[in-house]
Design a protein around this ligand. Structure first.
Ligand SMILES: C[S@@+](CC[C@H](N)C(=O)[O-])C[C@H]1O[C@@H](n2cnc3c(N)ncnc32)[C@H](O)[C@@H]1O
Ligand code: SF4
Length: 248
């Protein structure tokens, strides 16, 4: 192979690594909670996976998918080895289970951790993210942030009609816990699974109010030095829905 051909070889830069689609929680809005969903673990062995990714480093590996990475046996051993190989790792987790010391030390070496937390109201959180307890997430975050160093920590809020009023308070909560970012995900609606906790996209319920709350939350985040993102076109969607509101 000549030099030019080598330059044309595609280089792997980014990998989204789903070790499992199983989960310890059953959040009301998640595909995992649908009655016909069956979670599966990755079938590729960890040694083979590590070999496939190579030991020259340079790959951005995001441990995320539909399930919960931290329930997979030895997930932290694999994560540490991949970082030892020079790759950059990030994790999205529900952080619902108290972290073992080994998991904590691996997470503290990561570039970013995203914790899914829609509200800082403990009762509402427990009803939305069934199985999740605010005090356990808080305890894990305190250990991750201890000493000030460690990964960039973001909150992922799945933005629904049930949590929109609490969004500014969630930003204050993130700042008080020394986190770096609040991000909103744009709800993809699945059939409702809990008649006691129906969740809807804010654009269908009250886009004008939702937009005002997003703007207020963004301002509060900026004032307190936090990053703030509304992902996947959420803000644009609220702007469009507001222009048509109230619906005929
Ligand atoms: C599918 S979870 C997987 C990682 C991990 N189990 C967690 O909850 O952080 C990744 C993110 O997607 C969000 N999510 C789940 N269902 C969603 C939906 N229907 N629409 C938009 N975001 C959703 C979750 O709240 C979470 O922040
Ligand atoms: S913790 Fe994550 S994967 Fe599990 S049900 Fe909730 S959103 Fe879905």
């Amino acid at each position: 192979m000549n030099h030019d051909e080598h330059l044309l070889e595609p280089a792997l830069k980014y990998v989204m690594l789903e070790l499992t689609s199983r989960c310890n929680l059953r959040c009301v809005y998640c595909a995992v909670s649908q009655p016909d969903f069956h979670g599966l673990d990755i079938t590729l062995g960890f040694d083979r996976l590590r070999a496939e990714l190579g030991s020259e480093g340079g790959i951005e590996i995001q441990m995320n998918g539909h399930g919960e990475t931290t329930i997979v046996r030895n997930w932290d051993v694999l994560a540490r080895e991949l970082m030892d190989d020079g790759h950059r790792l990030s994790l999205t987790s529900n952080l619902a289970i108290p972290l073992r010391d080994e998991e904590l030390s691996v997470i503290r070496r990561m570039s970013r951790v995203t914790v899914s937390l829609d509200t800082c109201d403990p009762e509402l959180l427990a009803r939305l993210r069934r199985g999740s307890r605010l005090e356990k997430i808080e305890a894990n975050l305190k250990r991750i942030r201890a000493g000030g160093s460690g990964p960039y920590v973001a909150i992922n809020c799945t933005f629904t009609d049930k949590v929109m009023e609490g969004l500014p308070a969630l930003v204050d909560w993130a700042a008080a816990h020394d986190l770096q970012c609040v991000a909103l995900t744009n709800l993809v609606e699945y059939p409702q699974v809990d008649p006691e906790m129906i969740v809807r996209h804010p654009a269908e319920v009250d886009p004008v109010r939702a937009l005002a709350l997003v703007r207020e939350a963004r301002e509060r985040a900026t004032r307190q030095g936090l990053d703030f993102h509304a992902m996947d076109g959420l803000q644009e969607l609220l702007v469009e829905a507001s222009a048509r509101w109230p619906a005929a």
